[in-house]
Ligand binder design. Structure first.
Ligand SMILES: [Zn+2]
Length: 575
């Protein structure tokens, strides 16, 4: 059934000073009595209606999904839609349906854009602010539309699916940018360099009173002025405004024990595989909105609407100073950068607005059965472990040098907008490289990758000849944070951590045991230091009982050994 036929009688009268003035129907969500979300076809149709109804709104396409469908973008502005001519304006980017089963942000955004077109009060705001809105970034996931996609969630009636057509979770792909959907996002990001980002979700987890829990990067993983602005300006404002609007909000936290708020609350820094963790590394404050899965769909969409609307209102006044802070943040000149964070164990007591619950032994599973009673509100005074300190820090080199054979790394850097130079002739650089040992892989795949669970690394300084066609990445450029998160192995979502360098851990040549039996004896005869080392090694029973391991150890001490095994190919150059 065509949506316009279904809800033809419900219109907003257009009253802005637009040439294109037309009647605009209410959104599918509103017309459904706040219980349904439109499928992708109906979503696009409403986007087109908005585009045709107001000069303040334009619809375009940012790229294609894996299955080749257009990913739509709605833009709202009173001064045109050219990013090159919008440098002085504050740009807000809103993303919805990255998890297409969580469509709250899509319906909130469509209502907001309808209001841009119909409420003249917005026209002045849109002179200062450009709003970019991706109603559905995960188009293929959204097309897997049905009532059984979100088992825990209280509506809407039908919704899309969490992953894209490749079964990849797009909200783990921001720094890797493997999927066409996230590549399209990054292209858009590079064009507009947004000043503020909002990603709309619905959370799983325990029951509590809050309509929304929110994430913002305030752990120290952003420039200090931007961190301060988020903590002291943005968050106090948004908390007050949301309270005035009748919605309770709280930081997005983990409970120390799953499902059990009384166990205490943990905060954490989001790494750049996640949307707002990624924009944070591009000096763009990102707000993660997580509506609560058990609240009715109307409450979830309207609270999302309210949070976005209030954010835009604040940025109408704060945009200029935010832009200045962002400019400064890109000039980072420190010698080291913190890449990961952990709680230092300090906590403060906070009131958490929960609901009464009990846990009892399940006679079905013998496990714990949490029973929440949302008719009985309860305030828990809880320890909140919200002091985070750096757990991984890396020194900032003058440049990173990437061998020609690792072109894939250079291409990934370029995709994010990093300036990468190519070396025209064989060049010798004295570089610091990492050498790995004790490498442990995760036993199960993660987003289709075999990730590295843990490793030990040490630094060695070598003179290395990089062949023509290798890549030189000046570290002192605006996207330094992105570069280091990708290239520093210990960064939580580094390319090494995600398995892109796994081949460096594979031994490709082997010794035949009968060849090595002879050679090992000669080596022991010639080299007394080696002989002493061998004697020491043999005290380790696991070594002494592994005959091939012993021969491979002699191989590793011979000149035939692969000098590149377990060595990070990317070098750090300090002038
Ligand atoms: Zn989500």
């Amino acid at each position: 059934m065509k949506y316009t036929v279904l809800f033809l009688s419900l219109f907003f009268l257009f009253s802005c000073g637009s040439e294109k003035a037309k009647e605009i129907p209410v959104t599918y969500f509103e017309a459904s009595g706040f219980t349904k979300t439109p499928d992708f076809t109906n979503t696009l149709e409403y986007c087109r209606i908005l585009d045709q109804s107001s000069d303040l709104i334009q619809m375009t396409v940012i790229g294609k999904s894996y299955l080749g469908k257009d990913i739509p973008l709605l833009m709202a502005s009173a001064s045109g839609f050219d990013p090159a001519k919008s440098k002085d304006k504050t740009v807000i980017l809103i993303e919805a349906c990255i998890h297409a089963g969580e469509p709250d942000g899509k319906d909130a955004g469509l209502m907001l854009f309808r209001d841009f077109a119909t409420n003249p009060a917005w026209e002045n705001v849109l002179k200062n602010i450009t709003v970019l809105f991706i109603p559905v970034i995960n188009v293929d996931g959204h097309e897997r539309f049905g009532p059984y996609n979100r088992i825990n969630q209280n509506g809407p009636d039908s919704m899309g699916w969490r992953t894209n057509a490749q079964n990849l979770n797009l909200n783990r792909d921001f720094i890797n940018a493997e999927t066409p959907e996230i590549q399209a996002f990054i292209k858009l990001f590079n064009q507009w360099d947004p000043d503020f980002f909002i990603d709309c979700h619905t959370t799983d987890g325990a029951d509590y009173q809050y309509a929304i829990t929110y994430g913002m990067e305030t752990a120290g993983d952003m420039d200090s002025a931007l961190t301060h602005w988020q903590k002291e300006v943005y968050l106090p404002y948004i908390e007050t405004e949301m309270q005035k609007a009748g919605y309770l909000i709280f930081p997005y936290v983990m409970f120390r024990n799953w499902h059990d708020p009384r166990s205490g609350l943990l905060s954490y820094a989001s790494n750049p595989m996640l949307s707002q963790g990624y924009t944070a590394q591009r000096n763009c404050p990102g707000l993660l909105i997580e509506t609560h899965m058990l609240k009715d769909y109307k409450t979830r969409v309207f609270s999302t609407y309210e949070m976005i609307k209030n954010t835009i209102s604040l940025l109408d006044g704060e945009g200029k100073s935010l832009k200045d802070m962002r400019k400064n943040a890109f000039l980072f000149s420190g010698d080291s950068l913190a890449l990961d964070f952990d709680s230092n164990g300090d906590s403060t007591m906070v009131d958490f607005l929960g609901v009464e619950y009990s846990s009892e032994k399940s006679d079905l599973t013998q496990g714990l059965w949490f029973k929440y009673d949302n008719t009985r509100k309860a305030t828990f005074n809880l320890p909140y472990f919200n002091v985070l300190v750096p757990s991984v820090t890396a020194s900032v080199p003058d440049a990173y040098v990437i061998p020609a054979a690792w072109k894939i790394v250079a291409e990934k850097l370029r995709l994010h907008g990093v300036k990468v130079d190519e070396i025209n002739e064989n060049t010798k650089y004295k570089v610091t490289r990492y050498v790995f040992s004790d490498v442990v892989f995760r036993p199960t795949p993660y987003e289709g990758k075999q990730r590295v669970e843990s490793f030990t690394m040490k630094e060695v300084i070598d003179s290395v000849i990089y062949p023509a066609g290798s890549f030189y990445v000046n570290a002192r450029q605006p996207l330094l944070r992105v570069i280091m998160h990708m290239l520093e192995p210990k960064a939580p979502a580094s390319l090494l951590n995600f398995g892109y360098f796994n081949v460096i851990f594979e031994q490709k040549e082997y010794t035949e045991s009968y060849v090595m039996e002879t050679m090992a004896r000669e080596m022991l005869k010639k080299d007394t230091v080696l002989a002493a080392e061998f004697k020491e090694k043999m005290k380790d029973p696991s070594f002494a009982s592994n005959s091939y391991g012993i021969l491979n150890w002699f191989y590793s001490k011979s000149p035939y050994w692969d000098k590149n095994l377990n060595v990070y190919p990317v070098g750090k150059l300090y002038k």
